[in-house]
Design a protein around this ligand. Sequence first.
Ligand code: DGY
Length: 327
Amino acid sequence: MTDSARFLTMIDLPESGLALLREAGEVTHGKDVGGNAALPELAASGDYDVIVCALDQTFDAVTLERAQLKGIANYAVGYNNIDVDAATAAGIRVGNTPDVLTAATADIALLLILGVTRRAYEGERMMRAGQFTGWAPDLLVGKDVAGATLGLAGFGRIGRAVAERALAFGMQVVFAPRPPAHREVSAAELGDLAGRVEQVRWEEMVERADILSLHVPLTEDTRHLVDADVLARMKRGSVLINTARGPVVDESALVEALRSGHLFGAGLDVFEDEPAMAAGLAELDNVMVLPHLGSATRNTRDEMAVLTARNAIAMATGGDIPACVNP
Ligand code: DGY
C-alpha cells in the first residue's frame, strides 16, 4: 500500500472507514476546502486521487469531463448522483456499498408497511397531542397485513429481503423485476424464494397489490415510474411504500391520490426533492414520513464506511475494487 494516496471526503465518514483511509494515505475533509459548492473545482484540481461522497454530491458529465480523479467512492448503494457513463468515459472508477445495507433497508420498508397499515404514526401523534381519551372499538382501525398482497417493484437484494420478511408476516408476495422492462426470473435465481413468491407483469402487479413497495434504482426509465396513471390503477384502499429514491414517484400526484382517499396511505423514506417534501404532503394524516433512514443503523453505517474506504483505497492504489459499478 502506498502512503501517497490522496483522499478527499465530502462527508463525515464514520471512523471505521476514516481510520482505513488515514492508514492508506492523506485525508482532506471537503468542508475545509470549500464544501459542495467547490466540488467541480476540487475534482478538476488534480490534488486528489479519490473523492468519497454520498447522495448530496452530484457528479454530472461536465464535472466528470474535467475531473482528474482515479475514483469516486459513494457512501451509498444507490449512485444516481453520479453519471457513471461519463465517469467511465473519463476513466474514473465508481464504487458503492451493496449488501451491507440490505437488511437495514428492508427493515425500514417493513416498518413503513406496518406503520401505515396499522396507523401507528397517527396513534403516536395522537398520544403526544394528549388526544387519547381511552380505548374505543373504532379508534384508528387499520388493515391486516396477513393475507394482503404485497407487490414488489424491483427484485434485487433489498426487494428479496423485503419478500422474506413479508412472507413471515403472512403476506402474499408478487414481484416485477426492474419494471417497466420485463425479464423472467428463473426458479434457480429465486433460490429459497422459489414457489413462495410469484412473478407477474408490472401492470398486473400494480392492479393486484394491496401494498406496493418500490425497490428500483433511480434511472431515466424509473423516474416517475409511479405517476398519476399508475396511482389511479392501484386498488382503491391500497398502500404505497417508497424506500428507493424519491423521484421514482410523482410526489404531487401522490398527494392527490392520498388526499382523495384513493390510497389508504403511503410510507415514504425518500422524497422527490429531498430533503423537501411536496406541497401538501406534510398536512396529510394518511402518510408516514421518515428522513431517509433506510441504512441508518450504527452497524450498517460502520460497515458501509469500511466498504467505501476499501473501494477508495483500491481505486487509489490499483487493487481490486470490492464494489465497482462501472461496466
Ligand atoms: C443508499 O445507500 O443508496 C441509501 O439510500 C443511503 O444509505
